[in-house]
Ligand binder design. Structure first.
Ligand SMILES: [Zn+2]
Length: 472
């Protein structure tokens, strides 16, 4: 049976039927790398990882793309504060993002792409939108003409009428025909990084990045486009508008949106002190695999209330799973005559089957975990009674491996796993800071020190000049 997924576009749970048999093309909106990703971001990425691993387990070839947005207003502002080139600033957080993904055992997308590597493609695409009347230039910026795409609003269910005159789809300070039109290309402003275009110096808007990279790498129609629910409007609505008028085909067959999480029952915010990155949690001693387990344990469309108590419980559940696996492994060499015990064989098959059925049902991860814990319960009883010998151990370990192919939580953390950026990157930041100090540009030196601090580095200035650093 094919997996059933909730499609935001049709508002129904539907079977996922690949456009090309045996293959799934999937695009996920990644992170804007102006800072570390928070656990809300990673809930989405863990959810997508569970989905992709399950599709692969079902025998599908998963062709995946994830973008990294490395140019946007916030990044430009922060890199200027730090006195750094945009690319160098983005590198620090892009590296950190990929390191966090690795620690959470998220399989990297087949293509991880950075927006600034595709500017020429974006310019070419915007030119086509202009030539076909779907976009227009004003004072060096280019806007999408919303009135030219009547299907706008289908994904989010927004009433286009509600977006008429005066309403704003995007917050921009530029001249437009209509306030609801959104920007494709932003004209250059003093002090900003820029790329050349037929409309003069400037840079792409955020929405066009995803449309162009998805179309270029995966083709006209994607099987799945995934992201957090906060991206449905306007980002994903705009992505559709930018693509469909030029291709004349549906951009995405199934839109999958992951619900965000609350922390202690409230929206996560730095002000409330309930804002967590993966690093914040590992610094408190939590294992990344426990974080992954917790994020994966609640079905993706349900709100997840993240608490440290919940994380403790996740760690305890994980310990129970691992100690079961350990006990079973100890029985691997217990000789036995004949086939495995029929009751345990049936229990293992039921667990594997139960997990598959649960995941096929719109990725019901909670039910999949329940199926595996039922096996742990029965298996522990059999272990207590000394009924697990080599044949039974093999059967139980196979079921656990089947589970872990998707959930990826059984292996304990390797001691060498680390989320640190490359030392070479730190050296480069140290050199920049030294240069700023020599030039008596203390504002810039301070900003660099803050950036080093955020990267987990302690900087010590040496009396008489120079500085050294070490990991905190
Ligand atoms: Zn996107």
């Amino acid at each position: 049976m094919p997996i059933q997924l909730y499609n935001t576009l049709t508002r129904r749970v539907e079977p996922l039927v690949p456009l090309t048999p045996g293959k799934i093309r999937i695009y996920t909106c990644g992170l804007t790398v102006y800072d570390y990703g928070h656990i809300g971001n990673f809930r989405t990425f863990v959810g997508v990882d569970i989905l992709q691993r399950f599709l692969a387990q079902q025998g599908l070839d998963v062709d995946s793309v994830m973008n990294i947005t490395d140019v946007d207003d916030k990044m430009i502002a922060r890199s200027r504060e730090a006195g750094q080139e945009l690319r160098a600033y983005a590198d620090v957080y892009a590296d950190a993002f990929l390191a966090d993904m690795r620690r959470l055992r998220i399989q990297p997308a087949r293509h991880i792409v950075r927006a600034t590597d595709f500017i020429a493609d974006m310019v070419a695409w915007i030119e086509r939108l202009v030539a076909s009347g779907h976009a227009y230039e004003r004072e060096g910026s280019v806007y999408f003409r919303l009135a030219s795409f009547p299907a706008y609003g289908r994904l989010s269910g927004k009433d286009l009428g509600g977006l008429q005159a005066g309403a704003r789809v995007d917050v921009d300070e530029y001249e437009k025909e209509e306030a609801r039109d959104f920007v494709l290309w932003k004209a250059w402003r003093e002090g900003e990084p820029f790329w050349d275009s037929p409309w003069g110096k400037g840079r792409p808007g955020w929405h066009i990045e995803c449309s162009v990279m998805a179309e270029k790498l995966l083709g006209t129609t994607l099987d799945i486009h995934a992201g957090g629910t906060d991206l449905i409007f306007p980002h994903h609505e705009n992505e559709i508008a930018q693509v469909e008028p030029l291709t004349g085909a549906p951009f995405v067959r199934c839109w999958v949106h992951m619900e965000f999480l609350l922390v202690n029952g409230e929206k996560m915010s730095k002000r409330l002190g309930n804002f967590f990155t993966v690093r914040d949690l590992t610094a408190k001693g939590y294992a990344p695999s426990a974080i992954r387990y917790l994020l994966a344990s609640v079905p993706y469309r349900r709100q997840l209330n993240f608490t440290l108590e919940g994380l403790d419980q996740a760690a305890a559940a994980l310990a129970r799973l691992r100690s079961f696996a350990e006990r079973v492994r100890e029985c691997e060499n217990r000789p036995a005559d004949g086939a495995a015990n029929a009751e345990l064989t049936a229990a293992a098959a039921a667990a594997a089957q139960g997990m598959t059925v649960a995941l096929e049902d719109n990725l019901n991860t909670a039910q999949a975990l329940a199926a595996i814990f039922e096996l742990v319960r029965q298996g522990n009883t059999a272990l207590d009674q000394g009924r697990v010998r080599a044949p039974e151990a093999a059967v139980l370990l196979r079921a656990l491996a089947h589970f872990d192919q998707v959930f990826q939580v059984l292996a304990p953390e390797a001691p060498a796993e680390t989320a640190r950026p490359a030392a070479a990157r730190i050296e480069a930041l140290m050199a920049e800071r030294a240069e700023a100090r020599r030039a008596r540009d203390f504002g810039r030196a301070d900003a660099l020190r803050q950036q080093l601090d955020a990267a987990g580095v302690l900087v010590e200035d040496i009396k008489g000049g120079g500085a050294r650093w070490r990991w905190k």
